[in-house]
Ligand binder design. Structure first.
Ligand SMILES: [Zn+2]
Length: 96
């Protein structure tokens, strides 16, 4: 049957990143299952599955914080640093 597939794009503004949030271990999964209906098992950004015991990072977002892998966390932090550098540069140009 022919079909049309449409994918919705959602943009999440990230406000902060915690690189060392929690390990993806049995304790985390048990607590999560007790309190929530779903337990994410992969990075929200790159979708790579978390390995057992892997340290997860957390991205702060008004639409609900997102569990992410550390590599994605590092990428976000680099973007934050680049933004700060660009802002500093702009302020220096204005001051001159
Ligand atoms: Zn990732």
């Amino acid at each position: 049957m022919p079909e049309i597939v449409r994918t919705k794009t959602t943009r999440y503004a990230i406000e902060w990143v915690k690189l060392e949030f929690l390990p993806f271990d049995e304790k985390f999964r048990a607590v999560r299952q007790r309190h929530r209906s779903t337990t994410p098992s992969r990075c929200y950004i790159c979708h790579r599955p978390f390995a057992d015991g892997e340290m997860m990072a957390l991205a702060g977002c008004r639409r609900g914080n997102k569990l992410i892998c550390r590599a994605c966390g590092e990428t976000l932090l680099a973007e934050f640093r680049a933004e700060v550098r660009a802002k500093d540069e702009q302020e220096r140009m204005m001051a001159e």
